[in-house]
Design a protein around this ligand. Structure first.
Ligand code: NAD
Length: 258
């Protein structure tokens, strides 16, 4: 039996880890690429080698990405899987949106956000496209509602996420009809329970946190994971080049000062 194969970057914690778990539950084979060795080791210990490949890799490093994809090919052969890729989720990146006032932002710090989100997505997409073409697969880029609206001092993150949205429609036009490419803009997604053991937390949300969402709650990684699974499925076969906000309605709420 051929199992679909997904590559999830940043798959060892947070939204990425929840996506890994959902897809494994649904019968996928998954390769999780993440730069945190402790988190990767914990994920690796939880699943059999034949269903999950967990690799320590910084997706913004060209050589490391090349080696990780070679590792993936070897793993597919060793586990009697046919070649090809059904889904790439470009999720990895520096999740902290605040870079501080623009006057004080060092070029090296500006680059850290661009490298992890944008360069990482470029390198992984380039490496995955031949396999995705083979299986008529899909790409899902994890952007942010901060690509669409802002708080102060988030320029580097907002620019990286805006770049991902533009890359999404550009890729959809270049890679169709074989490969569909979409993006998700998560809002506030609580990832505390989805961190590696040493950093795990159980958040307590206040009424004001919940009530500012038209959906009445803060988001969970599973909300994003379910949307990824939908966009990867045949049910989304006529959707490409789009972005979907998974934000409990926050970006649709008009705010007037009281
Ligand atoms: P997280 O920090 O919980 O998990 C991110 C994972 O990516 C970590 O395991 C980390 O080690 C890995 N990672 C980071 N940089 C990497 C790199 N260069 N190479 C390989 N792995 C790398 O973050 P999260 O909240 O789950 O965020 C996942 C994605 O969703 C990010 O792109 C983030 O910007 C986006 N997002 C999150 C939220 C939210 O509220 N949580 C909202 C909007 C967008």
């Amino acid at each position: 039996m051929t199992h679909p194969l997904a590559i999830i970057t940043g798959g060892a914690q947070g939204i990425g880890r929840a996506t890994v778990e959902l897809l494994l539950d649904e019968g996928w084979r998954v390769a999780a690429l993440d730069r945190d060795p402790e988190a990767v080791a914990e994920l690796d210990a939880d699943y059999p080698e034949a269903t999950l490949l967990a690799v320590v890799v910084d997706v913004s490093d060209e050589l490391q990405v090349k080696e990780a994809f070679q590792h993936l090919t070897d793993w597919q052969q060793e586990n009697d899987q046919s070649t090809g890729v059904d889904l790439l989720v470009n999720n990895a990146g520096l999740a902290d949106p605040v870079c501080g006032p623009i006057e004080d932002l060092a070029l090296a710090d500006w680059r850290r956000w661009q490298e992890s989100h944008l360069t990482g997505a470029f390198l992984c997409t380039r490496a995955a496209v031949p396999g995705l073409r083979q299986r008529r697969g899909a790409i899902v880029n994890i952007a942010s509602t901060r690509a669409l609206q802002s708080e102060p001092h988030c320029e580097s993150y907002a620019a990286a996420k805006g770049g991902l949205l533009s890359m999404t429609h550009a890729l959809a036009v270049s890679l169709g009809p074989e490969i569909r490419v979409n993006a998700i803009c998560p809002g506030w997604i609580e990832t505390g329970p989805w961190q590696k053991t040493s950093q795990r937390s159980e958040p307590e949300h206040r009424d004001i946190d919940r009530n500012q969402h038209p959906a009445g709650r803060v988001g969970q990684p599973a909300d994003v994971a379910a949307t990824i699974a939908f966009l990867a499925s045949d049910k989304a076969g006529f959707i490409t080049g789009q972005h979907i906000s998974v934000d409990g309605g926050m970006t649709r709420k008009m705010i007037y000062a009281e």
